[in-house]
Design a protein around this ligand. Structure first.
Ligand SMILES: [Zn+2]
Length: 194
């Protein structure tokens, strides 16, 4: 059996984009998105182990947004200096993230789900998706490198009190929707972002 083919032990499906570029020229991150679900670390007290993070460049600042996870004061919105994108790019290079660009794999096991997307000002991007067991993650990739970095952003960022600049109102159900999202989490309507 070839790599990624279905086996009786766990139906792995490989949707990896083999043409995805393994070298990113730009160093200017415009957006960083990471979401992951970690069932193995769930406890009786805390079953919510879905994390969703956004870093969005706006003017000369970095807007941080986190939903889910162990923090009960969520969603958390913070403003950081844009230097944080330089630090993040360093992490991306140190971990050779571009080498995993296009990786997309899933199997039928329960336990893990992760989406990571980096958008650059050059329109280049890095995209990684895994779902199912830990076997769907690219070999050598560690999500904690990035989740630790994002947790630190939450701690050092300045809390955004006036959220009107980072939320839009859903035209359908009138719920507030974070500017990084393409659809309303409440009703599912498409959101046309500025
Ligand atoms: Zn809505």
């Amino acid at each position: 059996m070839g790599f990624g083919e279905t086996t009786q032990f766990g139906a792995a499906e490989d949707y990896t984009d083999k043409k995805a570029s393994k070298s990113i020229v730009s160093k200017n991150i415009e957006r960083f998105y990471l979401s992951f679900f970690d069932m193995r670390s769930a406890t009786v007290k805390n079953t919510n182990r879905f994390y969703e993070y956004f870093l969005i460049k706006k003017e000369d600042k970095c807007l941080y947004h986190c939903e889910g996870g162990t923090n009960s004061n969520i969603p958390s919105d913070r403003r950081l200096e844009s230097e944080v994108f330089g630090e993040l790019q360093g992490l991306i290079e140190d971990n050779n993230l571009a080498a995993f660009n296009g990786h997309s794999k899933r199997d039928t096991a329960l336990g893990a789900r992760m989406t990571l997307k980096v958008d650059y000002s050059s329109k280049e991007s890095i995209f990684i998706y895994c779902e199912g067991s830990s076997a769907t993650f690219p070999f050598g990739f560690s999500v904690s490198v990035f989740s630790d970095f994002l947790e630190a952003c939450d701690e050092k960022g300045e809390k955004i009190e006036d959220i009107s600049e980072i939320y839009v109102v859903c035209p359908c159900c009138k719920e507030k929707v974070y500017i990084g999202k393409a659809w309303c989490g409440n009703c599912g309507a498409d959101i046309k972002q500025r």
